[in-house]
Design a protein around this ligand. Structure first.
Ligand SMILES: Nc1ncnc2c1ncn2[C@@H]1O[C@H](COP(=O)(O)OP(=O)(O)OP(=O)(O)O)[C@@H](O)[C@H]1O
Length: 599
């Protein structure tokens, strides 16, 4: 927590409120209820610092006791508001278009509607009293939560992993629950603290208007309501509850503010062990187009899907990254392209493209020297624009080409990737092209610049086998012609074996083996690579089959232990494998392996 005055004030106030809610009723509960016929409607005195009420009960004790009920009601209202809001905000992501529009329109109308009126209306309809007030404030809070959820959901909806999940036919509800909500949970939770402050003030307002808590129950708003009638005679009786409401409201609002600022300012740090001892970055490798040293990607909650990854790609070379689903391949590509989604954090000792640190490259430099091709070409193509226009835009923005020059170049590049009748295709929208043609268009888009590196992340997985082969051939052709290098990501070791020069095998976020493709079939050393190869005995067997020869599953990123992550599935594993991480060692020429048993 940053030590700003606001942070300190919020921490003190919120702690005070929580302590009061815990100790208030047991300590002062009896005094607060004690009727004293001899001390009715008194002002401040030594015995009653805030005076007494119409039954002679001590008001200071009542203010201290009311803290628990006031906070409990505010918490209930906030949770109701958050649940209604998050459901309303998330619904458009799962409903058909019409339903989504209806929900979005309703939320927009509710956001524009005055909150207090909404709260009063709901409270009156649902019955006066604490229940009505809580519901009323909950309903009044909901639209802002719904709007926030919608905005946040929209911000991650375009993420490649969401698009990929949709592409793979994952039902919308599952995409929402697995990919969208977990990634927007943090800002929503931060908003809760602020909403709690608002709910406290709102509930006090409702009680003050006589719509909230009814006697004999009492919260701060009710005490304020009772004291207000006497404000001109004994103002101190209203001051106690008013100060309590104000302090609690300020405390929670400041807490929300502080948490939100902290989240915006500091990325989540990687776990200590992850940051420990990065390899020295050293001088840039003059022969490398891409040089990655000690790359780690972390998400909150100890999720580290990429761990200390190092790799090098040289000009004219296609390096394949292969591994099971979830091994961290796509996040490695995303980290190189600066596309790791919020709230992920990337650390590295070096990340160089053509000898220069990627962080130092301007957007323009990165845009022309790095081309990215994803599994779903629609992730890169705007469905509302013509293909030629989108390609031309790259040349206009990155190379300062004139509109006519850019359009000519776009047609030329489309022809270069063997799109038939390129001038005609340039005038089409993406949905008018087949999947394979779209993928060619995306590759052409990458070629609008002068890419030094092409990162292709499962570019053929969504295509049928014939088209797949054409695209792989095209990639090889493009690399050979342009002298660029490529990083080719795939879960399919047969495809990698066919296309690539070198293979990097990933397992649970780490590189377990790196070897020339010529050694893949007979010379693989790591038991995992061997099992991958064995699952395709002649490289021609059905690739849609699961990895039948490897029983068990890869551990999730948060569950990877201290030793070799493959130990649980490995026939050669010893005790040392599960407790101690095998170092990367030389195994042969241009061949490294991380395994205690074979190195
Ligand atoms: N935004 C995110 N937040 C938290 N965890 C994530 C996020 N994106 C990915 N992960 C986790 O990182 C791990 C690696 O994901 P990644 O997409 O890199 O795997 P992959 O090897 O490319 O798999 P696939 O072939 O299925 O795409 C997964 O287990 C996933 O749960």
């Amino acid at each position: 927590m940053p030590r700003t005055p606001a942070a300190v004030v919020s921490a003190v106030l919120v702690t005070l409120m929580v302590v009061l809610a815990i100790i208030g009723p047991p300590i002062w509960g009896e005094t607060a209820e004690k009727i004293d016929a001899g001390a009715i409607l008194q002002g401040a005195s030594a015995a009653h610092p805030l005076g007494t009420d119409n039954l002679g009960r001590d008001l200071l004790a009542r203010v201290l006791v009311a803290g628990r009920y006031s906070l409990a009601l505010a918490l209930a209202a906030t949770l109701i508001g958050a649940v209604i809001g998050i459901v309303l905000g998330a619904l458009p992501s799962v409903l058909p278009r019409r339903g989504a529009r209806l929900v979005t329109g309703t939320v927009n109308a509710l956001v524009a509607f005055p909150g207090l009126l909404l709260a009063m209306f709901t409270a009156v309809v649902s019955g006066m009293g604490a229940r009505g007030a809580v519901l009323g404030i909950g309903v009044a809070i909901a639209p802002s939560f719904a709007r926030l959820t919608q905005t946040l959901a929209a911000s991650v909806a375009g993420a490649d992993y969401v698009l990929a999940a949709r592409m793979l036919g994952v039902p919308r509800r599952r995409v929402l629950g697995r990919h969208v909500l977990p990634n927007i949970a943090e800002p929503l939770i931060l908003n809760l603290a602020q909403a709690l402050g608002g709910a406290l003030l709102g509930l006090a307002g409702m009680s003050f208007l006589g719509l909230g808590v009814q006697p004999p129950d009492f919260d701060w708003g009710r005490l304020l309501f009772d004291g207000f009638a006497r404000i001109y005679v004994t103002p101190e009786v209203a001051i106690g509850p008013a100060v309590a409401v104000a302090l609690a409201g300020i405390g929670f609002n400041l807490l929300g503010d502080t948490l939100a600022k902290r989240a915006a300012r500091t990325a989540v740090p990687a776990r200590k062990e992850e940051l420990a001892a990065p390899e020295p970055s050293g001088a840039p490798d003059p022969r490398a187009v891409l040089e990655v040293r000690d790359l780690t990607v972390t998400f909150p909650g100890g999720v580290t899907p990429v761990r200390h990854l190092s790799l090098t790609v040289r000009p004219g070379e296609i390096v394949g990254i292969v591994g099971e689903s979830g091994s961290g391949k796509s996040l490695t590509a995303a980290a190189i392209g600066g596309l790791v989604p919020y709230p992920g954090t990337v650390t590295h000792a070096a990340l160089r493209l053509d000898g220069r640190e990627v962080a130092e490259l301007s957007q323009k430099e990165l845009g022309t020297s790095l081309a990215m091709v994803f599994q779903d070409p629609m992730a890169s193509l705007n469905p509302a624009l013509r293909v030629g226009g989108q390609l031309a835009e790259v040349a206009i923005v990155h190379q300062g080409a004139t509109r006519a020059e850019a359009a000519r170049r776009a047609v030329d590049r489309l022809g270069h990737v063997h799109l038939p009748e390129p001038a005609k295709q340039a005038k089409r929208h993406p949905h008018e092209l087949s999947g394979g043609m779209r993928q060619r268009a995306v590759i052409a888009m990458g070629l609008m610049g002068t890419p030094k590196l092409i990162i292709a992340d499962e570019p053929t997985t969504a295509l049928d086998v014939t088209v797949q082969r054409q695209i792989l051939k095209l990639l090889r052709e493009v690399v050979d012609e342009s002298g660029a290098a490529a990083l080719f990501i795939s879960h399919d070791i047969a495809v990698v074996g066919e296309l690539c020069d070198r293979v990097v095998v990933m397992y649970a976020g780490r590189v377990v083996e790196e070897l020339p493709v010529s050694a893949l079939a007979k010379g693989a050393a790591h038991p995992y690579t061997k099992a991958l190869v064995d699952s395709l005995p002649d490289m021609e067997t059905d690739r849609s089959l699961p990895l039948a020869s490897i029983p068990g599953t890869q551990p999730a990123p948060a569950l990877v232990g201290a030793g070799c992550a493959f130990a649980g599935r490995c026939a050669l594993a010893t005790d040392r494998c599960s407790t101690s991480l095998p170092p990367v060692t030389e195994y042969g020429i241009a061949h490294t392996v991380a395994c205690w048993e074979v190195s």
